[in-house]
Design a protein around this ligand. Structure first.
Ligand code: CA2
Length: 179
């Protein structure tokens, strides 16, 4: 008897090709002075150096990193809102706006992406007016006090959080809205 061949099932192409993770890194007012002024507090590395390190570490992790800085609250809000369609998560060093900006708090809540608050120094160990963060309640986590390494540590933490969330396992403190 002739052997009958079982027809091979064709692989169904994905409706949307899976892309790697994409992270937006935002830095707020005066951080363009990094490495130029007050090195005793903020170190000697420039913001461009930090951005280059983030992009390189992102490449090692298979993650695309886009980094920007602005001195303007509204521009930071615009970038956060636009991240919804372009990025999977946000690292935000809101600088002095950390302690004042309800607008940034609202922008983070509204975009529905996981956001990590980042600081180079440890604001809680500094002047009393830096002890309050207006944005912290909208963020999933905070990394501060490790110098410019805070950005790198926050990137690693956020990528792990996203990978855990993507695998369907509950990420710690996850209260993320489905997109
Ligand atoms: O430690 C941080 O990353 C801060 O977000 C930095 C802010 C400060 O207002 C926050 O309390 C903590 C200040 C950013 C100003 O950046 C400069 C950098 C170099 C020289 C002068 C200012």
């Amino acid at each position: 008897m002739a052997a009958t061949k079982t027809p091979r099932k064709k692989a169904t192409p994905r409706a949307t090709p899976r892309r790697g993770l994409s992270i937006l890194v935002l830095s707020g007012p005066n951080l363009q002075l990094l490495g130029v002024r007050e090195p005793e507090i903020y170190g000697t590395e420039t913001l461009a150096d930090v951005h280059a390190r983030l992009v390189a570490r992102g490449a090692e992790l298979g993650v695309q990193v886009t980094a920007r800085q602005s001195n303007h609250e509204g521009e930071l809000c615009d970038w956060i809102a636009a991240a919804r369609t372009e990025h999977d998560g946000i690292l935000l060093n809101a600088a002095a706006y950390t302690h004042t900006s309800l607008a940034l708090f609202d922008a983070i809540k509204a975009v529905g992406l996981p956001c990590v608050e980042v600081h180079i120094s440890n604001p809680e160990a500094r002047e009393a007016y830096r002890h309050v963060s207006r944005i912290a309640p909208a963020c999933i986590a905070k990394v501060s006090g490790f110098g410019t390494d805070s950005y790198l540590l926050a990137l690693e933490g956020l990528v792990r959080w996203l990978e855990r969330a993507g695998s369907g396992r509950q990420a710690p403190g996850a209260r993320r809205k489905a997109r």
